[in-house]
Design a protein around this ligand. Structure first.
Ligand SMILES: Nc1ncnc2c1ncn2[C@@H]1O[C@H](COP(=O)(O)OP(=O)(O)OP(=O)(O)O)[C@@H](O)[C@H]1O
Length: 340
């Protein structure tokens, strides 16, 4: 597990009352409907980001979490100056990105996991040389950064290949390197580990950690991979249906639902799930393929009592106890938000 020490410094990102609405033509069904839609003046409004507020400081790594369509990419695009807000504003190191895009571009690096920002047909190293010139990176700095990036991300094995020939894992490493070559103050990473194998994910996490610790890069990380969050982020901001539903330390959110534990057992004993002891509704049961999963709050029940029951009444042959995963916590929070 990678631990991050967060040094809170100057304000890097200030998001105030930020709102984005999209207008979409109201679609009519059928072939004629399609033509009617083309000429229709009727629109519906989709509020993708709804009056959100937060401040991010120099040196933080923040996990920006939410389900599909929650509004993450839309807010990141507004922070980068790609989209103009419908209301409210963003300040990046004191500057409004959609008004001074060039100035802000030198302060930020961006990786959109699904798209590449590299030149498709030229060798990777040539793309880096172009970026060096675009961002006016001094020779010494370029040399030092390229060395760090090559070592941490293992770029040398494909540095001379055209980008179009790179595998997904190689391309993502190359994209991360390209986004950071000018040593931006802030790095926006939208799904940087999507679809990658465990080893490549590890390399990417290690690079992000070093960029943050050694070079003090502030990182906003959007991901559906909870291991990214656990390994890298001390703070998370959760967005759902365009609204911020949680902003705080990762450890606080983990304990928001109490000290939840999961006990997974294997048993050959015949049982009926509805007849198992719930210890006054403090233990819940769920059947999984070949095991029985018990969930309970260790603040409310003695773990020893639950384990005793598993061994003596259910003749457990194998038993594994674990803390609730951040994934389950996020699921619980999202379910809570759904009900509101
Ligand atoms: N250009 C657009 N026009 C109309 N609606 C849009 C546009 N871009 C985004 N939306 C809508 O805004 C909402 C938020 O989308 P957004 O891409 O920000 O979500 P997200 O949290 O990044 O989701 P995902 O994890 O799936 O990438 C969605 O309902 C989406 O359909």
């Amino acid at each position: 597990m990678i631990h991050i020490v967060v040094n809170v410094g100057d304000v890097m990102i200030e998001v105030k009352d930020l709102t984005k609405e999209f207008k979409k033509p109201i679609r009519k069904e059928g072939v004629f409907g399609m033509f009617k839609t083309l000429f229709s003046r009727k629109y519906e409004t989709k509020v993708a980001v709804n009056h959100i507020n937060f401040t991010i400081h120099d040196g933080e790594i923040v996990g920006y979490i939410g389900s599909n369509g929650a509004g993450k990419s839309t807010s990141i695009k507004m922070m980068c100056g790609i989209l103009t807000p419908t209301g409210g504003n963003v300040l990046i190191d004191g500057i409004e990105p959609n008004k001074k895009r060039k100035v802000v571009a030198s302060k930020i690096g961006v990786v959109f996991g699904q798209k590449t920002q590299l030149w498709w047909d030229i060798p990777l190293i040539e793309s880096f040389k172009v970026l060096k010139e675009v961002y006016l990176v001094p020779d010494e700095d370029y040399k030092e950064r390229l060395e760090f990036l090559s070592d941490t991300l293992g770029l040398n094995e494909f540095m001379n290949q055209p980008v179009r020939t790179l595998s997904l894992g190689q391309r993502m490493r190359a994209d991360l390197a390209a986004s950071w070559l000018h040593n931006p103050k802030i790095l926006f990473l939208d799904e940087p580990t999507i679809g990658l194998d465990v080893l490549v994910k590890e390399k990417i996490r290690k690079a992000i950690k070093t960029m943050n610790q050694k070079y003090h890069t502030t990182v906003i990380l959007t991901t559906h991979d909870m291991q990214d969050v656990e390994d890298l982020c001390s703070r998370i901001i959760m967005i759902e249906k365009g609204n911020i539903i949680y902003d705080g330390p990762l450890k606080d959110i983990k304990y928001r639902f109490g000290d939840l534990r999961t006990l997974t057992i294997k048993t050959k004993e015949e049982y009926k799930i509805e007849e198992l002891n719930t210890f006054d509704n403090r233990v819940s049961y769920q059947e999984n393929e070949d095991s029985l999963v018990l969930q309970f709050n260790a603040d409310k029940i003695d773990i020893k009592d639950v384990i005793d029951y598993c061994f003596h009444k259910l003749s457990a042959s194998d038993l594994k106890i674990s803390e609730i995963s951040i994934e389950d916590v996020v699921k619980n929070l999202l379910e809570e938000a759904e009900k509101c």
